[in-house]
Design a protein around this ligand. Structure first.
Ligand code: B12
Length: 148
């Protein structure tokens, strides 16, 4: 079963969104490790390592996600993890243009960025597609290695 690490980053204590996401991802067949609220970057990374997770799903509602996620991708790289990373929620104070917000978090290294209107099914379909794509790439690189 594919494992995802889910949690709310930083000092943020909004728990309802991740509870809904946990249930939706479990119902879709994922093994969800829910770190809960007020999770640090290293808690996400240690859990991903420990559970051999394929994805990290970060939630943030209180408007400080940009600060909380500084250096996160670098820490993931340093830990040698190959994980798909998503972030979602109410990511910026005001959020006049979500496209701008999306670019900010893409620049921080997230593979996909979701707003607070996101239906969990949308994220589930995206993750299935991203992980399926990755499996195919891994399988074909194995074949190339085997054939070489
Ligand atoms: C309930 C609530 C609280 C409760 C939280 C109780 C709890 N333990 O959960 C309390 C009263 C404690 C609270 C406190 C605060 N809150 Co508050 N809170 C809310 C409120 C009204 C609802 C949040 C909620 O539960 N929504 C329902 C769930 C189902 O939706 P959701 O959380 O958005 O999650 C969905 C999506 O966002 C998405 N999603 C979320 N994460 C992710 C991650 C991924 C990867 C994906 C794909 C999708 C995804 O999917 C989820 C499920 O559908 C919102 C306003 C609002 N209407 O959203 C403000 C709101 C989030 N709070 C806000 C603020 C400012 C605060 C405080 C800082 C206020 C203060 N000055 O003290 C504090 C922060 C405290 C802290 N340390 O976190 C602001 C944030 C502003 C911003 N980001 O610009 C909001 C938007 C209110 C506002 N309009 O100003 N809050």
């Amino acid at each position: 079963m594919r494992t995802v690490i889910l949690g709310v980053i930083g000092s943020d204590a909004h728990v309802v969104g991740i509870t809904i996401l946990e249930r939706a991802f479990e119902a879709a067949g994922f093994n969800v490790v829910n770190l809960g609220v007020q999770s640090s970057q290293s808690e996400f990374i240690d859990a991903a390592d420990e559970h051999d997770a394929e994805a990290i799903l970060v939630s943030s509602l209180y408007g400080h996600a940009e600060q909380d996620c500084q250096g996160f991708q670098e820490q993931i790289n340093e830990a040698g993890l190959d994980v798909t990373t998503y972030i979602g929620g109410n990511l910026a104070v005001g959020q006049d243009s979500f496209e701008e917000t999306r670019e900010t978090f893409k620049a921080l290294g997230f593979d996909r960025v979701f707003d607070s209107e996101t239906d969990p099914e949308e994220a589930i379909e995206a993750l299935k597609a991203d992980l399926g794509h990755r499996s195919r790439e891994e399988a074909s690189s194995e074949k190339i290695q085997l054939g070489s």
